[in-house]
Write a protein that binds this ligand. Structure first.
Ligand code: IVH
Length: 682
């Protein structure tokens, strides 16, 4: 089987024929029951490689070649003639290509476009034409080959946004995209599983399959948004003078949902530069949209300019799709792990064969809850579709059931809590350890009381367990309201209790960075907590930060930010209790460090420290660097000024040392560095 990386070519005629066959099979499956065995990226790469090979070998082009054919030649044409050809869109992939498209539009117009551009989401579903006569929805037709489509009127009444009856007796053909929103997709697969039918591997394939399926014993709701309209039966609905936005306003006024109603909306802008800015905005919205988009469509808004620009055989010259990176890829489900969250929820997480999706490598994907696994009918070993857009946590859409290997095993569900071994309460969709929050609590409290966090000396695991078991401590905040008596009972000694009271009083005064770290938020260890606390100064400010503000902290990217913000929001009751107990919530103003020996320096540390720095772990070193006015870096780059590196035992320089030498970074031994920061060593 030919598997191509981006930009890779086909070499032999046999490879070419194999690629042609696979593209056609995949397209045929897609137009059949909706389930293509290739993801979009693989499919597109094969198609590009096939076209490239054909350019080199025009004399050997296969009659089956998918190039230049709507739906790779596999789209069922159907027998209903379209009123006007139902066209596709030309694609661009980069801002430069959009500019080039603008230039070609300008050439066709003989002058710059002045009528503005409508910018709207490119909905990732299936194109249909819906015919209304006298206000009644009489027929729905698929795109087919663009000139003839299939009659799929059996779905009338199941599509949100495409009412069977309009309030006024208009006659018009609306054109738009029908799709499953994510929520509809989940519900559809649940329904399919209940009926013993194969799950859909993703919403788009599900849409295609659902439009074609005639005799299902169940109905699966979908959603429609119109992106155009044409006259039907010669009744003048669409004014020739109406702009694209005005046509859609007319459709909306008639009672049909349009792209104006999508969460990303339709915006008319004056220039292509503004259109690009809107493309970027919609791309940023993508992760939060309730439905899939695979691009953003830019259309000349003015009807005269549309008319002058005209149409090619496959797409209009006055509109273009700016494609977004694929948000979905196929990979293999390797394992399902079960983790117990802070509140005792036993949550599954999928480990998949690492795959690059939308600019980052996905290794893990959420599965929400056990019902989610059942709904998706997942087996370990399955080929699965993984969806990730922007900064959302990747999710498994579903298995591609027809690719299931013979040895694939249904996902196994735990009988006991994977953290403490106690029972699991399975009465709700979300499973919980019967101990609830107490399951993870002793470990969380032990962590919070640790030396680098609240530093509560003497609060050993045995006492913590006793306090958790008695119900006196249900979160870390409860520690601060324990009485001397309670501590005496838990520790079995008045003297130990007195010491703990003192320790707890001191712990209340710790700087915000330690208090924050003690919350145990994933992705915020010592250094990160310090950076967050320094950046925001107060807990109030940290809590007020949204994902965007959180990314201002060095080392927090678009993936981590929303996860931190969400966890902190979940911890609101604990934070409130800590505040009520009088725990410090501010970071002391930074000492004036600009005159420290490391002012404006960025220091990276590698290897084990020795001499006066013996025993300094990474977090102590970072603290030391920051006390001395510097910044701690994690890797050597152009901003690095010093590398602290112990000479390696082998005598061979470490990779960081090599990089430092290449970048002209000063390399210091631990001893030389200790000299430099001697005044700040404690
Ligand atoms: S305009 C003559 N607008 O994308 C204009 N198409 O890849 C043709 N699509 O066939 C279409 N969202 O099915 C248009 N806002 C939008 C769209 C959109 C999705 C689909 C449509 C088209 C395909 C081309």
């Amino acid at each position: 089987m030919t598997i191509l990386r981006a930009g890779e070519a086909l070499f032999s005629h046999a490879q070419y024929e194999d690629a042609v066959r696979r593209v056609r099979e995949s397209a045929a499956a897609y137009y059949g029951d909706g389930d293509s065995s290739l993801d979009d990226t693989t499919y597109d790469r094969l198609l590009v490689a096939v076209a490239a090979w054909e350019q080199e070998h025009p004399e050997r082009i296969s009659p089956d070649s998918p190039t230049g054919k709507v739906g790779a030649g596999a789209a069922p044409a159907g027998d209903v003639a379209h009123t006007q050809r139902l066209l596709s869109l030309d694609n661009v992939f980069t801002p430069d290509e959009l500019v080039a498209w603008g230039a070609s539009l300008e050439r066709r117009l003989g002058r710059p476009a002045v009528g503005g551009f409508a910018v709207e989401p490119k909905l990732d579903g299936a194109a249909v034409a819906a015919r209304y006569r006298e206000g009644v929805l009489v027929q729905i037709i698929t795109r087919g080959d663009g000139s003839h489509g299939e009659d799929v009127s059996h779905v009338i009444g199941t599509i949100e946004g495409l009412p069977e009856q309009l309030p006024s007796p208009v006659t018009v053909e609306v054109r738009g995209e029908v799709l499953f929103t994510q929520a509809q997709f989940e519900a559809a697969n649940e329904m399919r599983t209940a009926h013993g039918a194969r799950v859909f591997s993703n919403p788009r394939n599900g849409t295609s399959g659902t439009l074609r399926a005639q005799n299902r014993p169940y109905r699966l709701p979908m959603t429609f948004w119109a992106y155009g309209a044409v006259d039907l039966d010669g009744v003048g609905f669409v004014s020739p003078a109406a702009t694209h936005a005005e046509v859609l306003e007319g459709v909306a006024a008639a009672g049909v949902q349009t792209t104006l109603h999508t969460p990303a909306g339709l915006r008319v802008v004056a220039t292509l530069a503004e259109a690009q800015a809107r493309v970027d905005e919609i791309a940023a919205l993508r992760a939060g949209l309730p439905h899939g988009i695979d691009g953003v469509v830019v259309k000349a808004n003015d009807p005269k300019e549309q008319q002058i620009a005209g149409f090619g055989t496959r797409f209009p010259y006055w509109a273009v799709a700016v494609k977004l990176p694929a948000a979905e890829m196929m990979t293999t489900l390797l394992e399902v792990e079960w983790n117990v969250g802070r509140t005792g929820v036993v949550a599954p997480r999928a480990r998949v064969r690492p795959v690059e999706v939308d600019g980052s490598t996905v290794e893990f994907a959420t599965l929400h809850n056990p019902a989610d696994i059942r709904r998706r009918d997942l087996h370990v070993g399955d080929t699965v579709t993984v969806y990730k857009a922007g900064d959302i946590i990747p999710r498994i859409q579903a298995a591609v059931v027809e690719l299931r290997p013979a040895d694939a095993l249904p996902v196994a569900f735990p009988e006991q809590c994977p953290n403490c071994g106690d029972g699991i309460d399975k009465s709700q969709e979300r499973w919980r350890c019967v101990r609830g929050a107490a399951c993870r609590l002793p470990a969380l409290i032990g962590y919070a009381a640790g030396r680098d966090m609240l530093d509560i000396d003497g609060l050993g695991a045995t006492y913590v367990n006793a306090l958790v078991a008695s119900g006196e401590v249900t979160d870390i905040a409860d520690l601060f309201t324990l009485t001397h008596e309670q501590l005496a009972v838990a520790s079995g000694s008045e003297k130990r209790a007195a010491k703990l009271v003192e320790q707890l009083a001191a712990a209340k005064e710790r700087p915000l960075n330690r208090v924050f770290c003690a919350l145990g938020i994933l992705g915020t260890g010592r250094s990160m907590s310090r950076r967050i606390a320094r950046h925001f100064g107060t807990m109030e400010a940290v809590r007020a930060a949204d994902a965007e503000a959180m990314q201002e902290v060095e080392g927090i990217g678009p993936e981590k930010a929303p996860v931190i913000v969400q966890q902190l929001a979940d911890l609101a009751p604990v934070v409130e209790k800590l505040i009520a107990a009088g725990v410090n919530m501010t970071e002391p103003a930074e000492e004036k460090v600009s005159d420290g020996p490391l002012a404006d320096q960025v220091v990276v540390v590698t290897g084990r420290m020795t001499g006066r720095l013996d025993g300094f772990g990474r977090s102590e070193m970072n603290a030391l660097i920051e006390r001395a006015g510097g910044k701690a870096g994690s890797s050597v780059n152009s901003r690095t000024t010093h590398l602290v590196a112990a000479p390696s035992a082998s005598g061979r320089p470490s990779s960081k040392a090599v990089k430092a030498a290449e970048n002209g970074v000063e390399v210091l031994t631990p001893e030389a560095f200790a000299d430099l920061v001697a005044d700040y060593l404690d």
